[in-house]
Write a protein that binds this ligand. Sequence first.
Ligand SMILES: Cc1ncc(COP(=O)(O)O)c(C=O)c1O
Length: 365
Amino acid sequence: MDTPRKHNFFAGPAVLPVSVIKKAQEALWNFAGTGAGILEVSHRDKAFDAVLEGCKARAKRLYNVPEDYEVIFVQGGASMIMAMISMNFIHEGDKAQFIDTGTWASRAIKEAKRSKGNVEVLWSGKDINYTQLPDLSTLKFADDACLVHLCANNTIRGTEYPEFPKTKAPLFCDMSSDYFSRPINVKDFAFIYGGVQKNLGPAGCALCIVRKDLLARVPEHLSEMLSFRKYVEENSIYNTPPVFVIYMVDLAFQWLEEEIGGLENMHKINKEKAGLLYDVFDNSASFYRPTVTVKEHRSLMNITFRLPSEELETKILAEAKTHGFLGLKGHRSVGGLRASTYNACPTESVRLLSDFLVKFAKENR
Ligand SMILES: Cc1ncc(COP(=O)(O)O)c(C=O)c1O
């Protein structure tokens, strides 16, 4: 408990707010005065019911979710949701449109291709190594598509949409790695989902925001464990839900509301943190090279960059470790470096990292 914590830049699971960790430690012993720990109480107990309802209510308040949407929790993470989207919403002969902005967007496409629908990739960044996002105004969104799918923030490539398209067809969005990091207009989307293990809690669960009219499209024959309609009908407790994960997400929402003061403030803080690092890169005379080529597409959450050589990258990673910076290695599929500056990553950690980067550049130029 008293061991100092390091500066955590892992891409997920990732840093959580200190107050959340402290409350969780207490709740492991005695949850809500029940005399039992949070890992030991029934999901049907009143005490957990209050957590589930509180968590849903906070999600709805933070994102200003309209009445005709429901919030559900599904085990299995974002990849599970990609598979379920394909089974629930893409039927024989349907046209489903996707934007391919890298690994996770590509995974959603791969899952959709298992359906009997016609999957159309509207744009792919593959040939340019996913270094930027498409110009949304040039894309041909079909009004009669069963869905249009995109990934808001590309965790591995470091791109993030500054804004979203307005589509007539239902817009589906994977928000795993920038969930609740900035205000959004939920009405622009029909279905939003994300694994919670980056901005909101531990791994093991996805939070989905579903426009209820979509549920009419869920096929009857689908296994109930895979049916979004069942999750809504049963208030996410058709079977035993990930009680602890939902508890932690609720604490993260409380932190966002009560300590941060909402998503406008969170966004401001996130811009400030990312700005500290991008400023270092932009003033480094190309010593640090952001992998994203269009400034407006730079992520506020996953800041990806390269150094002049792989030798220097190995050297900086080793030095960073000795300075207490964790998780700066880029994803194994792309190499380089990545600093994930999620909601709970303290500004002070980012400030210290930017000082370290400036010093390293001076000494190794
Ligand atoms: C944007 C995005 N989508 C999907 C996933 C996959 O999430 P999960 O591991 O919860 O299936 C990740 C994981 O890092 C991600 O960053």
